[in-house]
Design a protein around this ligand. Structure first.
Ligand SMILES: Cc1cc2nc3c(=O)[nH]c(=O)nc-3n(C[C@H](O)[C@H](O)[C@H](O)COP(=O)(O)OP(=O)(O)OC[C@H]3O[C@@H](n4cnc5c(N)ncnc54)[C@H](O)[C@@H]3O)c2cc1C
Length: 807
């Protein structure tokens, strides 16, 4: 065994083997994989091997396509068969809502270049004769579905990697991980120690235990999962005899997936009452073992399956397989570097290893080699969870996710498990006023307020919900008078120290504000791509406050912390210490003047000022800025004073027409202003020029991260541009990820959409190919299967000159 390596991958399941292969393929030498037993000894060996491209997140869909297409490459590189069967698949809908879901999936597939088709029940039955038509209303046909041999795939990755000089040490268990002063790791195994530059946790069922070796509590949990093999099914026997194969099937209402296995069928189900396995610790002696079958638990789903596919009942059950595999709280993988640990990477929580393993391996290898995953992995980034994602939270969320695996998650749906988890001091006050809450990065925040007499509950739907009316009222109150919004979902970081200004100046692409001022600034990576959009406040005395998106708090801290070394700078999150309320609207100045002795006139406190003043007898930091496009202020006070601030504003604002508003209204108001949002319009695949943020980049600065990449980019104009559209919608607005077409061709995609209540129009923001970005007419946006006429607007729909917010 080597004593030095560039990378040690811990774990020889399908994911670890894929990471190893991708590192070796990219040219890294001295990469080794350490497996405590035979390869595949975790959940990989007993998987059903099914694969498909259907996923709620288009970036994960793309990654799944990559994985499936990779199998021929690794077969050729290794000489090892992966046992690939591409049969195509039929995804069956039993309700109109499910058809909407499938239409959305088909629409996304159109801009991703994937051939999926909506088909009738009759066509579905022609493709899959076992189904009873009476239970279905339509289906989606996906040609890129099938199954593989799990052991074949894992060995093919490993052999292909070995052919590229990577090494695999089987029957070698990692028992300790020791961080070294040189930034590397000592990987202590039962056969000796390897000093490596990088370590990758691909421990699958033991990812938690491997994480704990580095002091981490990763949010992953294994669930028991069962599938059954039936006896002979005549259609399957006929297929065997004719050398063909039945298609894959997902029956969403039955909550089952199915494929042919020999002369019968394999039927798997994600039952509602799923059972976690080894909730606290995975035993080290668990290897190539199955769990006790529990048919009673999956009987309700099987009964539906037997009704929907009568031939299955006649065939009977031949065998039951029960095995554990791991999930993250939202069901997507956990990948990437860990904040605060040098060269420590994770690739775990991969619940669909045969659809996702290849893409996960590619992303992680790119990230390790180039410092960037190379494509959009926001939905899988381990940084989407913080320390608040405790084992109990993970347990509740994983169970919820498992039980809903085949259920629709509507765009306006907030899932209830493990909530409320993180509440702010005004939570109860807002609740008493009818707030309907959502959770972002674990924090409860008001989405909208049900008026007196209306139940504070939102109907989940793809169309406009029962919140439409009240949200409209909230928007109008902001535009006409003054609205009050809790800004719990804004991240707030304090950056202080003698080098704070110099350091921030290099970290951010924008101009640093003068003392007492705010500035908007993008943050870029070395490739000149957007990794943050911040509001920076200069509080004087080498103190800056940096406000960003709350869901990206960990993501941003990982980047900032990694660049902190050797500077006289401290960063601190104020998430627990500072609580905020924003007031916005033409009467917000009047309101602030009533509760503050400070001079808050337009002259004393112009747009983009930042002041420490007294508000409602409290020491507050106030920034004159608003995401609504109105005159507005963001007021930050110590956490214990938030309720007092709230009550004082409410009392003083009563006769000014003050109304509470929530995230839904804010979304509508910002669409009317064409303001982009992190994780929607701003993601690490876009450049500032594409996103329309070029004006916030300070070219006069000699140096900032991403500058040289931007200089190179400057010679050729951006290939796509963020645009605003007015859509001729009916009762449903765009939500994001719909294709934008022109002359019958897909030329872009929607990033957010919704109804602009004050302009009375359905609005969508989205990226389109730059060559058509100047056109106004001729666009179409597909909403729930219908192409709707869309007109591009050259200017924001509301107050295009920005006079109101500068008033
Ligand atoms: C019944 C069942 C059916 C399934 N069906 C499908 C399906 O149809 N399609 C699909 O895509 N997925 C399916 N899955 C899920 C699939 O099995 C997982 O997505 C996949 O196996 C995850 O692979 P992994 O490499 O992350 O983890 P694992 O397979 O658990 O691999 C982790 C490896 O790390 C090793 N290891 C851990 N700790 C150490 C250590 N300290 N030192 C050395 N080695 C260590 C382990 O021995 C193990 O081999 C199914 C799972 C089950 C249980």
């Amino acid at each position: 065994m080597k004593t030095h390596a560039r990378v040690v991958v811990v774990g020889g399941g399908v994911v670890g083997a894929s990471v190893l292969y991708h590192l070796a393929k990219a040219g890294w030498r001295d990469v080794v994989l350490v497996e405590r037993d035979e390869l595949t000894s975790g959940s990989t060996w007993h998987a059903a091997g099914g694969m498909h491209t259907l996923n709620g997140d288009p970036n994960v869909t793309k990654l799944q396509e990559y994985t499936i297409k990779l199998y021929s490459e690794i077969e050729a590189a290794s000489g090892q068969s992966c046992g690939v069967h591409i049969t195509g698949g039929v995804n069956l809908a039993g309700t109109p809502e499910r058809m909407d879901f499938l239409r959305l999936a088909r629409a996304r597939a159109r801009y991703l270049g994937l051939a999926m088709e909506i088909i009738s029940v009759e066509e579905a039955q022609n493709l899959f004769p076992l189904l009873d038509k009476r239970h279905f209303v339509g289906a989606l046909y996906n040609p890129l579905e099938g199954h593989v041999d799990p052991a074949g795939v894992t060995n093919a990755y490993a052999k292909a990697a070995r052919n590229l000089e990577a090494e695999v040490y089987r029957f070698t268990r990692v028992v300790e991980l020791i961080a070294r002063a040189d930034g590397g790791w000592d990987i202590v195994t039962d056969k000796g120690t390897i000093h490596a530059e990088h370590v990758v946790n691909a421990g699958g069922l033991w990812a938690r235990e491997v994480g704990r070796m580095a002091g981490l509590e990763l949010p992953v949990l294994a669930m028991e999962h069962q599938y059954v093999l039936t006896g002979d099914v005549p259609e399957a026997v006929a297929a065997v005899n004719s050398g063909s194969e039945l298609l894959h099937v997902i029956d969403f209402e039955g909550e089952i997936y199915m494929r042919q296995e020999g002369r019968g069928m394999l039927i798997g189900t994600y039952e509602k009452a799923g059972v976690p396995w080894s909730e606290r610790e995975t035993p080290w002696n668990f290897t190539h073992e199955l769990l006790l079958p529990d048919l009673d638990r999956i009987a309700p789903s099987l009964e539906v399956g037997f009704r929907h596919f009568p031939a299955l009942e006649r065939a009977g059950i031949r065998r039951v397989i029960n095995g554990p595999f791991t999930f993250a709280p939202d069901g997507n993988p956990l990948i990437g570097p860990i904040r605060g640990l040098s060269n420590h990477w994770v690739a775990c929580g991969v619940m669909a290893g045969f659809s996702q393993g290849g893409g996960v391996g590619l992303a992680l290898a790119n990230w390790m080699i180039d410092g960037d995953p190379g494509f959009d992995v926001w939905a899988m980034d381990v940084a989407r969870f913080g320390e608040w994602a405790s084992p109990a939270y993970t347990n509740a969320k994983v169970r919820e996710n498992y039980s809903r695996r085949f259920r629709i998650r509507f765009p306006n749906e907030e899932l209830p498990a493990a909530r409320p988890l993180r509440t702010t001091p005004v939570y109860d006050t807002l609740k008493a006023r009818g707030a309907v809450f959502g959770a972002a990065f674990g924090v409860e925040h008001a989405l909208w307020f049900a008026p007196h007499g209306m139940e504070p509950r939102e109907d989940v739907t793809y169309r406009r919900s029962n919140a439409h009316g009240p949200v409209g009222e909230e928007c109008r109150a902001v535009r006409r008078a003054v609205g009050l919004l809790e800004i719990a979902t804004f991240a707030r970081h304090k950056v202080a120290g003698r080098d704070a200004a110099t350091w921030l100046d290099r970290m951010l692409a924008g101009r640093m504000p003068r003392e007492g001022r705010l500035a908007l600034s993008p943050m870029l990576n070395d490739k000149g791509k957007l990794i943050g959009d911040f509001t920076v406040a200069n509080a004087g005395g080498d103190r800056y406050f940096v406000f960003g998106s709350g869901i990206a708090e960990q993501y941003h801290r990982r980047w900032l912390d990694a660049h902190l070394r050797a500077y006289g700078v401290r960063i601190e999150s104020l998430a627990d210490e500072w609580m905020g309320l924003a007031i916005a609207g033409p009467r917000s100045r009047e309101l602030l003047a009533r509760v503050s002795p400070a001079d808050v006139s337009a002259e004393a406190m112009p747009f983009l000022s930042f002041r420490r003043i007294e508000v409602a007898t409290l020491p507050a930091h106030v920034g004159r800025i608003s995401f609504t496009g109105e005159l507005g202020y963001e007021i930050w006070v110590p956490a214990q004073s938030q309720v007092a601030l709230h009550d004082a504003l409410v009392e003083a604002g009563a006769d000014l027409g003050l109304r509470h508003f929530g995230a839904r209204a804010l979304h509508s108001l910002r669409l009317e202003k064409s303001f982009g949002n992190w994780a929607r319009e701003y993601r690490p695949i876009y450049t500032p020029a594409e996103a329309g943020l070029g004006r916030f980049v300070d070219w006069t600065k000699p140096d900032f991260i991403g500058r040289s990449a931007m200089v190179q980019d400057r010679s050729h104009p951006p290939s796509r541009r963020l645009c605003t559209f007015v859509v001729e919608a009916a009762d449903a607005d765009a939500i994001g990820d719909e294709p934008i077409s022109r002359d019958g061709s897909v030329i872009g995609w929607v990033t957010s959409g919704g109804y602009g209540h004050c302009v009375g129009k359905s609005i969508a923001l989205g990226y389109v190919t730059a060559s058509v970005a100047a056109a106004t007419e001729g666009f179409e946006i597909e909403i729930l299967g219908e192409r709707r006429r869309a007109v591009r607007c050259a200017h924001p729909l509301y107050d295009p000159d920005g006079r109101k917010m500068r008033a």
